[in-house]
Design a protein around this ligand. Structure first.
Ligand SMILES: O=C(O)CCC(=O)C(=O)O
Ligand SMILES: [Fe+2]
Length: 175
C-alpha cells in the first residue's frame, strides 16, 4: 500500500515490525429484537489495517456513494481487510478509513475476530511528508496508539464520538 502512495515498498517496514497487534474477539448473542439492538456502534478502526474474520454475516459498512449502511457479504473462510484511521493519516486522505458497525440477529450467536495492526504504543503516525506540498495541505494531526486509548477512556463511541474527527486539522492550521 505504501508503494501505491509512491512511498516505496519498505516505507513502514521497520516501524510495523516494532508495531502493535491487537486481537478483538467479539461475541454477539442471539437477539430476539435485532431491529432494536446494535452489537457494536459505528466506528472506524484506529489501526493502519484491520483483518477481520466473521462466523456469519453482520458486519455493515457505509457506502461512500449514498451514505447508507450495506451488509458485507460473508464468504466462508475469507478475511476482510479494512483501512484504519492511521493509514488515512499517513496517506493524507488518499486512503480513507471505513465507518462500520456490528449487527445482531435473532437466529444465532455471531463471532467476529478482528486483528488490528498499528505502530507501537508511543510511535506517532503522521502524514508522509512526501504527500504534502503547495497543492496538498497536511490535513491531519499526528497521533499514537496510546492517544487512541486515551481517547477511548474519555469518550463513548456509542454516543457517536470518533477518534478520526479529533485528528482532522482546522483549515487555518494546515501547512
Ligand atoms: O463484528 C464485526 O464484524 C466488527 C468488529 C469490529 O469492527 C471491531 O472489532 O473493530
Ligand atoms: Fe472495527
Amino acid at each position: 500500500m505504501t508503494e501505491s502512495l509512491g512511498l516505496g515498498p519498505t516505507y513502514l517496514i521497520n516501524k510495523m515490525e516494532e508495531g502493535a497487534q491487537v486481537m478483538a474477539v467479539n461475541s454477539y448473542p442471539r437477539c430476539p429484537s435485532p431491529d432494536m439492538a446494535l452489537g457494536l456502534p459505528p466506528h472506524s478502526d484506529y489501526s493502519c489495517l484491520t483483518i477481520l474474520l466473521q462466523s456469519s454475516p453482520g458486519l455493515e459498512i457505509t457506502d461512500p456513494g449514498d451514505g447508507k449502511w450495506k451488509i458485507v457479504p460473508e464468504f466462508q473462510g475469507t478475511l476482510q481487510v479494512h483501512v484504519g484511521d492511521h493509514l488515512e493519516v499517513l496517506s493524507n486522505g488518499l486512503y480513507r478509513s471505513i465507518l462500520h458497525r456490528g449487527t445482531v440477529n435473532s437466529e444465532r450467536t455471531r463471532i467476529s475476530i478482528a486483528s488490528l495492526h498499528s505502530l507501537g504504543m508511543d510511535e506517532k503516525m503522521g502524514t508522509a511528508k512526501e504527500l504534502v506540498d503547495d497543492q496538498h495541505a497536511e490535513e491531519y494531526k499526528e497521533s499514537s496508539f496510546r492517544d487512541f486509548l486515551n481517547f477511548l477512556s474519555n469518550n463513548d463511541i456509542g454516543e457517536g464520538k470518533s477518534f478520526k474527527s479529533t485528528l482532522i486539522r482546522d483549515k487555518d492550521m494546515r501547512t
